[in-house]
Design a protein around this ligand. Structure first.
Ligand SMILES: O=C(CO)[C@H](O)[C@H](O)COP(=O)(O)O
Length: 263
């Protein structure tokens, strides 16, 4: 009996490790292809945050070394800034380069119109600023982020960055008027709430209506005093690259796109 349990436990460990390795490979496929397709000489590049963005930086670094590409990078977080510095890529900022050619960033979920939930890593305020000032936002992710509707696979909610003073009033307002539950994000290796790069708290809004008009929801949320930004990226991404489990990369543009995109 005990032997059987130990065997099952080991098997479970092996299965989990192989799924994680598969996801990592899928992220790498998406990141590498997006960088190869969109990063060219003399571009200002927005560098996203999260584990998939790390792989995009890895590829940029390779190409800068091998092809002597001349690019300048704008970070979307403290993590991205560190990555750029450690990779010895040229670092710039929005004062020096307010117009970004392309930003390559991860996402937590992407729907059929390329509306994204971002902020699993709590960096979405700077990510949205950089994306907004970019000519092109390119999303990179593994196949588990590829959805028709938001909330289909990502169950951790829509992140909302709030002033610490207002977290409770914002939470109550959302739950009363829009439904669902807005939970204060608590640190894993820190007692108390997660503090963002901007010194704020995060609410994760769960059990939202998946049929929502996300543009309206985003506007409604932003009207609440103390709510600085949402992790909803509506009409921002022009193309998404998903690494698939079979080793291919699925490239998607928004289903509702009015114009064809040169991506
Ligand atoms: O929005 C983000 C951080 O704020 C990340 O891009 C998002 O959480 C995806 O991360 P990962 O590539 O690790 O899955």
């Amino acid at each position: 009996m005990v032997n059987n349990l130990v065997h099952l436990y080991r098997q479970f460990g092996v299965t989990c490790r192989s799924i994680m390795a598969g996801l990592q490979e899928a992220k790498k496929l998406a990141a590498y292809k997006a960088v190869d397709d969109h990063v060219q000489d003399n571009l200002i590049v927005g560098v996203g945050s999260g584990s998939t963005a790390v792989l995009a930086v890895e590829r940029m670094m390779e190409r800068v070394r091998n092809e002597h590409l001349n690019i300048k990078c704008i970070p979307t977080s403290f993590q991205a800034r560190q990555l750029i510095i450690q990779s010895q890529l040229p670092l710039t900022n929005l004062e020096i380069n307010p117009e970004i050619d392309v930003t390559i960033d991860g996402a937590d979920e992407v729907d059929e119109n390329l509306t994204c939930i971002k902020g699993g890593g709590a960096c979405f305020l700077q990510e949205k600023i950089v994306a907004y000032n970019s000519k092109k936002l390119v999303i990179i992710a593994d196949y588990t982020k590829d959805s028709v509707k938001l909330g289909q696979q990502w169950k951790k909610g829509i992140p909302l960055e709030v002033d610490p003073m207002a977290y409770y009033t914002v939470k109550t307002k959302i739950e009363k008027t829009m439904g669902g539950e807005a939970e204060l994000r608590i640190g894993k290796m820190k007692a108390g709430p997660v503090i963002t790069d901007g010194g704020n708290f995060i609410l994760d809004w769960k059990d939202f209506n998946p049929e929502s008009n996300w543009e309206e929801v985003n506007m409604e949320l932003l009207k609440i005093p103390g709510l600085f930004e949402t992790g909803l990226f509506v009409d921002m991404a022009v193309v998404a690259y998903f690494g698939m489990s079979d080793g291919t990369v699925k490239v998607r543009t928004p289903k509702n796109a009015k114009d064809s995109c040169d991506c």
